[in-house]
Write a protein that binds this ligand. Sequence first.
Ligand SMILES: [Zn+2]
Ligand SMILES: [Zn+2]
Length: 146
Amino acid sequence: MNDNTNSQAQITGSCACGKVKFVARPPTQQTVHCYCTTCRKCSGSDYIAFTHFNIDQVHWTTSPQIWRKTDRATRGLCKTCGSCVSMMYDSDPRHIAITLGSVDEGASLIQPLSKCIMVSEKADWAILPSGVSHDQKMSVPDNELD
Ligand SMILES: [Zn+2]
Ligand SMILES: [Zn+2]
């Protein structure tokens, strides 16, 4: 098969050990860096980068384990290696955020960074990128995504 159109229009991803896998269809919505405490702890670093999809654009080849830390969102984790691969906001069940770090193929199809969120919880040592807005709280999903 030499169907370039089809093979390019795909974003694939996986966790660190490769057990959890997904295939997603572009376009992605906005891409954010989240500096909340839970993202810092989950990643062991200053933020997690997420890109947002409609829920029906993402197909899990192997689903992650769902973990709830707060009353506003759930995260998808690999129960073997612990990688955070996704997040869903309770207030917006139509969308899913996929961690950029889990993406294997199709990264060029992902929207560039549009903003930093939850900056009010960022670590003192974290350095924010310039050229994008720095929102103190969660401005995703609110009314910015359709
Ligand atoms: Zn894994
Ligand atoms: Zn976060």
